[in-house]
Structures are given as structure tokens and as C-alpha cells.
Design a protein around this ligand. Structure first.
Ligand code: SF4
Length: 227
């Protein structure tokens, strides 16, 4: 399947800060994602408008051109964030490892990171472990910090979790005692950005990162997330 990706060389997004960001077409999203039709923030507001244009193939480039551009435009040692919308290309729910490997190779020497809501079956676990082991950080997206803790312990994959919109603690722990850090850009909008933080890119970290639900869909998301 052909996938399309838009690349923003220097993002104007107030949460990411001025780094290179991308979004990938909606066909990459697993229909098993609990937010697929229920609260996904990419289906709202400005991100929705941009994503719709990409999904209609009015913007973006194909996957080969995308990885080629990442190789050329992101300097070595520099942080960049893949997918403000979309997920990793897949075939019937199995991550397309050939495309992922292209991206891993393009990211060599750079500090790329992303998130994935693909179901953690054996195939996808190995794909994410390989990406993280080879320098392209893919965080497993979870709906509770306890689930994220389990993913990190059982699979050695960095994990993040969406939490209730009212979560205001900077630090807390999972039921099993693993440290959780709430995304500082969510707690201190305008003061911290991905560009100045970079925690999500640390694939060997020991802590879970929590994202409080936000925006117009937060009620729907609050109904899905658990402790
Ligand atoms: S924890 Fe840091 S890197 Fe991750 S999303 Fe928040 S600001 Fe960006």
C-alpha cells in the first residue's frame, strides 16, 4: 500500500517547538486503536484539516521520498518527531518492517522519535524492539500507566500513556512503583516544548511518560483511560 507523509521542516506547533515534524495518512492507523473513532485528537481542529488534505493526497510525498528527505534535511544529532497524526505503515495490523527499516536507516545519527498504537503481537513487538535498538525511538502508546509499566517490563519497549485530563502531578508512580513523568509541555504550555525536553526520544529511560487528555475530545478520552 502506498503511504503518504507530510514533512514540516520547522514546526510552528506550540507543543513540539521548532523541530521537524511529520504526519502520515490515516491508513496507517490501526483500527484496534481505542481512540480510532473515539477521541483521537488528530481528528479535531487544525490537525484534522491538515490530515484531511493529506488523506486526500492533496499534500505530502510518498514513503520513499519521505525517508529520503529525512535523511537529507534533518542534521545529525538533531531531535525530530515523526507523526503528529498517523502511525507506522502496516499490512493488516502487522507493522511493515521494510518501511520501518527504511526509516530506521534514514534516522541514523539523528534523534527521531514517534509513538505507535499498533497492537503488541509478537511481530509488532519485535519491530518496535528493533527500531528502538537501532536508534529510532518508537514509544508504545497505552491507555493506562500500569499498562505502560507492563509493556516496559515485559517487552523492553519505552511506553507512554494517556491519563485523565485533570492529572496535574509532575511525578507519580504506577501501582508497581515505576516512576511516571507527566509531559512537561502539557503542564507548562508555552514554557516547555519537545524541542527543549526530548524525554520521549530517550528509548532507554526507566520511566513512563503520561499525557493528560486535552482538547475537545477529552471527555471521550477520559472515559477510555484507566489508572
Ligand atoms: S514529554 Fe517532552 S518530548 Fe515528550 S511530548 Fe512532552 S514535551 Fe515532547
Amino acid at each position: 500500500m502506498t503511504n503518504r507523509v507530510t514533512i514540516t521542516r520547522i514546526s510552528g506547533n506550540s507543543k513540539t517547538g521548532p523541530i521537524t515534524t511529520t504526519r502520515t495518512d490515516r491508513a496507517t492507523c490501526p483500527t484496534t486503536c481505542p481512540f480510532y473513532d473515539a477521541g483521537c485528537y488528530a481528528t479535531l481542529g487544525r490537525e484534522r484539516i491538515q490530515w484531511d488534505r493529506l488523506n486526500r493526497s492533496e499534500t505530502g510525498v510518498n514513503w520513499d521520498e519521505f525517508v529520503s528527505q529525512i535523511r537529507r534535511i534533518v542534521p545529525n544529532g538533531v531531535l525530530w518527531r515523526h507523526n503528529t497524526a498517523g502511525d507506522l505503515p502496516h499490512n493488516d495490523g502487522l507493522i511493515d518492517y521494510l518501511k520501518l527499516k527504511q526509516l530506521i536507516n534514514a534516522n541514523k545519527g539523528k534523534k527521531g522519535f514517534t509513538y505507535s498504537h499498533h497492537i503488541l503481537n509478537d511481530h509488532n513487538i519485535i519491530a518496535l524492539q528493533n527500531a528502538n535498538g537501532l536508534g529510532f525511538t518508537v514509544n508504545a502508546s497505552c491507555e493506562s500507566v500500569d499498562d505502560a509499566d507492563r509493556v516496559m517490563s515485559e517487552h523492553n519497549i519505552p511506553a507512554v500513556a494517556v491519563v485523565h485530563s485533570e492529572e496535574k502531578r509532575r511525578f507519580f508512580t504506577t501501582t508497581n512503583g515505576r516512576k511516571v513523568i507527566t509531559c512537561p509541555a502539557a503542564l507548562h504550555p508555552g514554557k516547555v516544548t519537545c524541542a527543549t525536553c526530548g524525554l520521549c526520544q530517550q528509548s532507554d529511560r526507566e520511566f513512563v511518560i503520561a499525557f493528560p487528555a486535552h482538547g475537545a475530545s477529552k471527555k471521550k478520552v477520559n472515559a477510555i483511560v484507566t489508572v
